[in-house]
Each structure stands twice: as C-alpha cells, then as structure tokens.
Design a binder for this molecule. Sequence first.
Ligand SMILES: [Zn+2]
Ligand SMILES: [Zn+2]
Length: 363
Amino acid sequence: MQISAQISRFHGTERPFEIREVPVIVTPEDTLVRVSLATICGSDLHTVSGRRDAPTPCVLGHEAVGTIAAPTQHRSVTGELLREGDRVTWSLMASCGTCAYCTDRHLPQKCDRLFKYGHARSEGATTLSGGFATHILLRPGTAIYHIPDALTDKAVVPINCALATVVNGLKTIGTYPNEAAVIHGAGMLGIYAACYLRKQAYDIVAVVDINEARLQTAKRFGATHTFNPAKLSVGEIDEALKALTNGRGTDLGVEVSGVTSGLPSLIAWSAVGGRCLTLGYVYPNAHISVDADHLVRKCVTLRGVHNYHYIALGDSLRFIEESRGHYPFDSLIGETYGLGDINAAFAAAKRRDALRIAIAPSL
Ligand SMILES: [Zn+2]
Ligand SMILES: [Zn+2]
C-alpha cells in the first residue's frame, strides 16, 4: 500500500513554513506513526527566531503523540507488541544503546550516534523526522511507550520533552520530603516541576515569574507561594523565602526560565547545603554572572541537566496518570490549529498567551 504524508518544512528565520506532500517509505527497521497532536515547544520558538540553529529544510516539532500506522516488529520499552492503532508517545531522541554514553555514563541523550526528532534536515531517510507532519518515522533506538486509555492526547502531548526533562533533572539532583523548593520560571517546565515536587512531598514550592497569569497557573498546579520579580527585588524575595523556612533559605532551586538572572537568584536564595538544578539554558552564549562566594560559603551543589534518559518518560506517563485527578493537565494546551495553519499557530505561540499551542495534523 502506498501512503503519502503531509509535512511542514521550516526554511529559516522569517520565512513561512511550506506544506508539502511526500511519499512514505517504511523500512522494516522503522516504526511509522500517524501524529494525532503535537505542541510548539519553547525550543521550536528559539529555532524559528534564529536564537538556535537548525539544518534546513527541517520538519520541526518533537512534542507529539500518535498512533502506530503500519505493522512493525518493534516493541515498546516495556516489551509489549506495538500494533496498528495503538496510541503511543516516544523519546525525543534515538540512541544506539552500546556507546559509553548509552551504557556506563547513563546519558543516552548524549549518545555518540544520537538522532533527535524535529532537529534533522528533512531529506531522504529523515524526510519524516518531525512532529509537525501527518506522519513521523521512529528509528531503532527510540523508546516507545503505550499511552494509557484514561489519558487524553492533550494531557500527554508535551510530556516527551517538557515533563520528562523535569522528571529526569529532579531525579538526578534528588528530591527529599518536607524540603523547600523555589522554581525560577513558570513556563511549561516550571508548572510541571511545581506539581511534581508536591507529589514528592515538598512542603514549600515557591514559583517566581514576571507573568501574573503564569503565576496563577502555577497556583493551580501545586505552587504554595508565588513571587513576581517585576514587583519585588531579589533581596525582598530572599527575605520572604527565609521567613517561610525558619531563616534557612531554599533546599532546592530549579532554573527553568532560561533568563540569565535566574541561576544567580537561586544561588542567593539557597540554604547552606542547598542544591540548584538548571534545565533552562538551551541556547548559545547563555553567560551568567554569579557571586561565587555564596556558592562556596553555602556549600551549594550546582547541576546542569540536558534532555533526559528515556526511563524518565515512563516515569512521566505514570505521574500524569496518578495525578490527573489533582491537576487539569488538558488546560495547559491552548488553541489547536491544523497543519495548514502552522504559520498562524507559530504566530499564536510567539504571543505566549498560552503555555502551549497545539497542531493537529489531521484537522
Ligand atoms: Zn522541547
Ligand atoms: Zn549510544
């Protein structure tokens, strides 16, 4: 059977996306997925604005869910058969499973032969390599997970980038019950970090952002306190955090804003022996200036983490399933556009009124 797919191609900053029809060629090694829903991530916006490079033409989009669209020999991470029609999510990268990063170093996201969806030049075997298309071809070395029936596409679609990155980072730096955390940035990662930390029995989860609407969302997703640095100085927020922690400061700081003032603030607010995790600086030349005296005298642990080990995607699915009664995950997705309206979808995403704008390629 000859199938064709529609893809959207990014040709560079300030140039409109092009929609084109391409034949689908499935080899036995690949798994063909029909994309049900994809969302525009902050890093897609960085690419479109020129803040980070992408090979062109490129099918962008890596936060996506879909259904298996052709017979495949591949199995899910948990060993189950993948049948046509099964709803799935997948790791945003494929890795070899044998290099030093994949094995000893437990960093498959840094594999010597890494392939990242939504970041490759769209040609030949990588024509269908992004989520903003009707179909995507998943390569060997991609971790594929079945989506539980109880979960909607909207609740799951951003997790294979945003939530899995948060879960992986927090597992790496460690979380401990009854600690106090402060999250710098109330975008998608910050919102996920707030509710995830509450699930880990954090007493204080403070969220800092200059956007009041996002702070309100953070409150719906578990934030116990919110602070707006457009209204309060770093020193005033420090006083407030110390008042909440018997003068101690925060045990855990999470930087997810990507703003260069974020990490220095988290170090200033840190308790003695505190830990700071940074996930947000994913663009070149993100230079920051910190008072290293604070870092040393307070014995602060600083940890950068990029992307995730695919096991964190399974943890993320479980978290969404267990927490869906507490938090309205569907509400994090704003308007949904058809693939033909991808230019309008990106214009809406750039306005940043909603945390995520979605594209449903079959609309
Ligand atoms: Zn992303
Ligand atoms: Zn590898």
